[in-house]
Design a binder for this molecule. Structure first.
Ligand code: ZN
Length: 276
């Protein structure tokens, strides 16, 4: 369950949007009834601009708003499987502790790493690859992409690739946008560079400082087949961000899903629709 504050924020924005949309529409119908051509044209333009702005905001801010740019957000719901993904690392000592837990539990995961953090702890990323985990591009600096042009997006992707160069070039080429926010140019740059955009099915605001008990509840509420779970081994690439609570609950979360009959799968295998 998302925290209450997120519901309140989203509801306020939605209510404000609905009120504004209703006001514009009411003015348009009034102008049509009065048969005033100038007012009709003006209000029609305002309604069109409002609809375009709403669409643009949905595209930019909603990670799995999948038109015109498709992102992979969930696996086959007919399979009782789940894919773990960790963003914003590596972030020591927590990423290594998470890798220890994954190794002990024999669970594969995908890490969407930040280039600047990769340069700080390349050995940890090398370990991810050695132990069979998936490593994806999460930009060089974790900047939100919304206002970036094509050259700046290319540089964010290339900066990460330069940081990864001494370690290797992971395949398949997967990209996750910071916060899931998209620039209008993102699709074009991803097509040029051969990256596949990956979103998530469930984010649980695991970087909120709620304590381990609430975090466990959030991570285990409403399990779904084919779910891609978004977790964070780092926080926006900040060195040493505290991830103790996640490390504390992760073994219990894995055990919980297994007890419900879920299998943990590698993200690329989920994307290929095959069972490993
Ligand atoms: Zn991120």
């Amino acid at each position: 369950m998302p925290p209450l504050k997120v519901y309140i924020q989203v509801s306020l924005v939605a209510i404000a949007g609905l009120l504004l949309g209703a006001l514009l529409f009411w003015r348009l119908t009034k102008a049509i009834r009065a048969r005033r051509a100038g007012a009709i044209a003006g209000n029609l333009a305002a309604v069109t601009a409002f609809a375009a702005a709403t669409f643009g905001l949905c595209y930019a801010l909603i990670p799995c708003f999948n038109w015109p740019l498709a992102s992979y957000c969930r696996g086959d719901a007919a399979q009782k499987w789940v894919a773990l993904t960790f963003d914003d690392g590596p972030n020591e000592p927590y990423t290594s502790q998470i890798l220890d837990i994954l190794a002990q539990k024999q669970v594969p995961a995908a890490f969407f790493t930040v280039g600047a953090s990769v340069s700080r702890s390349p050995e940890v990323v090398a370990r991810m690859l050695r132990e069979g985990h998936t490593v994806g591009n999460h930009t060089q600096t974790h900047r939100g992409l919304i206002t970036l042009g094509p050259d700046e997006i290319r540089e964010e992707l290339a900066g990460w690739e330069r940081a990864m160069a001494p370690i290797g070039a992971p395949q398949p080429k997967l990209f996750r946008a910071p916060h899931g926010w998209k620039s209008p140019f993102l699709g074009k740059v991803l097509a040029e560079t051969g990256y596949r955009l990956v979103g998530w099915t469930r984010g649980v605001w695991d970087t909120d400082r709620t304590g381990a008990e609430v975090l466990f509840h959030r991570l285990t509420a409403r399990p779904e087949n084919g779910m891609i779970l978004l977790l964070h081994d780092g926080v926006e690439g900040a060195p040493g961000a505290d991830r103790r609570d996640l490390v504390a609950v992760l073994p219990k979360v894995i055990d919980h899903y297994r007890a419900l009959g879920f299998r943990f799968v590698r993200l690329p295998e989920m994307m290929r629709g095959t069972d490993p």
